[in-house]
Write a protein that binds this ligand. Structure first.
Ligand SMILES: Cc1ncc(COP(=O)(O)O)c(C=O)c1O
Length: 406
């Protein structure tokens, strides 16, 4: 993989921040966008802008073809059976909420269980808390090991015949843990439950095969995988989606509207009420083309090298605490003893190094780690070992600056 050539595709990386060349280590929050994506969105607005599925005019046909073409690209990207299983949403949060509103509220009753883990992002906790409150179901947690993984024995112990929904993140945005989705899906299915995967940190970084994983729902966001903000995907098995009610009602999603009742379009459009996110979907399609050109296997391997290199070098810093397992996705969450992570991130920013500091939308996990917040460096296909060297140098400067606390 030619990282230098890849970097040239990302104009934003070619700038100085606070007098230093920018090192962007916050791709887990949102990734940068390659020219291919920027130009695809630009070309749509310049040449094809029109509403979809409506007019018979030429622009309308072009916009519809591009929008539906993007859906087919997503289908291939995740190996779904049919485009009926690919719903465009605003992102992971909306995708999970769609399942929690539509599937959970219709299928749960008092005494049923929803099983999740303490490593979930708020977007994969709160929708289930709310669904549990609305239906009388109980929320249960698969316990974590000290290194931030869970065992399949604990999964078997937690999921029971009363469990109706299991919702697990593919990759933890804090710990970097990569969860054994296929195995958890098997256990969920043996108990008659459906499994919902939060793929926000999975889809951008590794080959996704929803058929092979046998997940019932898979949610992800375009903006974390080189695409625009405001677009995401809910994959769902057709037989489940067919039985589900839409959560948004209005234009585009209807078949017939009478004075007192209405009928819905077929899948996937019954879940896409209102004018859809046309430019976003087209941009996501371009992002998928870009990722496919580089090769997901190459991206995963490159990120693995970066994660190993980062772990090896960060560990040499006295007073650093690193959270999460040895074998992990391309991110490292850490704290420097007694330095607040916001201070760490501020010193790093002064050095031109962008990292995230805070609770990472995972407050239950912060509690489990017994910290109020952490700093996080996350890597993507455009990052290099030199970026990590700059991070390490910045952290040594942070230590120097807050010297007396060590
Ligand atoms: C694991 C995980 N789940 C869900 C989300 C929410 O994604 P979005 O804000 O794009 O809906 C994120 C975003 O950081 C995430 O990291």
């Amino acid at each position: 993989m030619d990282v230098k050539a890849i970097r040239q595709q990302f104009p934003i990386l070619d700038q100085e921040v606070n007098g230093h060349p920018l090192v962007y280590l916050d791709s887990s929050a949102t990734s940068q966008k390659p020219l291919q994506v920027i130009e695809a969105v630009d070309a749509y607005y310049r040449q094809d802008n029109s509403n979809v599925h409506r007019g018979v005019h030429t622009l309308g046909t072009r916009a519809t073809d591009k929008y539906e073409g993007a859906r087919e690209k997503v289908r291939r990207f995740i190996n779904a059976k049919s485009t009926a299983e690919v719903i465009f949403t605003r992102g992971t949060t909306t995708s999970i909420n769609t399942v929690a509103y539509s599937y959970a509220r219709a299928n749960l009753k008092a005494g049923d269980e929803i099983v999740i883990t303490p490593m979930e992002h708020h977007s994969n906790i709160i929708p289930w808390q709310q669904a549990a409150k609305a239906t009388g179901a109980t929320l249960k947690y698969i316990p974590l090991q000290d290194n931030g993984t869970f065992t399949l024995d604990d999964v078997r112990e937690t999921i029971t015949g009363n469990t109706k929904i299991v919702a697990v993140t593919h990759v933890s945005n804090v710990l970097g843990t990569v969860n054994p989705i296929k195995e958890v899906a098997q256990i969920a299915h043996q108990n008659g439950a459906v499994i919902v995967i939060d793929g926000a940190q999975g889809a951008p970084h590794m080959k996704i095969d929803v058929k092979e994983m046998d997940c019932d729902f898979y949610a992800f966001s375009g903006h974390k995988m080189c695409g625009p903000t405001g677009i995401g995907v809910l994959y769902g098995k057709k037989e489940l989606l067919e039985d589900m009610e839409p959560v948004e009602f209005g234009g585009e999603m209807i078949d017939f509207v009478n004075l007192y009742d209405s009928t819905w379009k077929e899948l996937p459009w019954k879940f896409e009420g209102g004018t859809p996110i046309i430019a976003g979907a087209i941009g996501l399609g371009a992002a998928i083309d870009f990722l496919n050109d580089v090769g997901l296997e190459n991206i995963t391997a490159h990120e693995q090298r970066l994660a190993d290199y980062a772990l090896e070098n960060l560990r040499k810093i006295d007073g650093i605490s690193i959270y999460g397992p040895e074998k992990r996705a391309a991110l490292v969450t850490f704290n420097l003893d007694d330095v607040h992570p916001h201070d760490t991130a501020t010193v790093l920013d002064a050095e031109g190094v962008a990292v995230r500091a805070g609770h990472h939308c995972a407050q239950p996990l912060m509690k489990w780690l017994d910290v109020v917040a952490t700093a996080r460096a996350s890597f993507y296909l455009y990052n290099t070992e030199e970026d990590i060297d700059r991070l390490v140098d910045g952290l040594l400067k942070t230590k120097e600056y807050f010297g007396d606390v060590f």
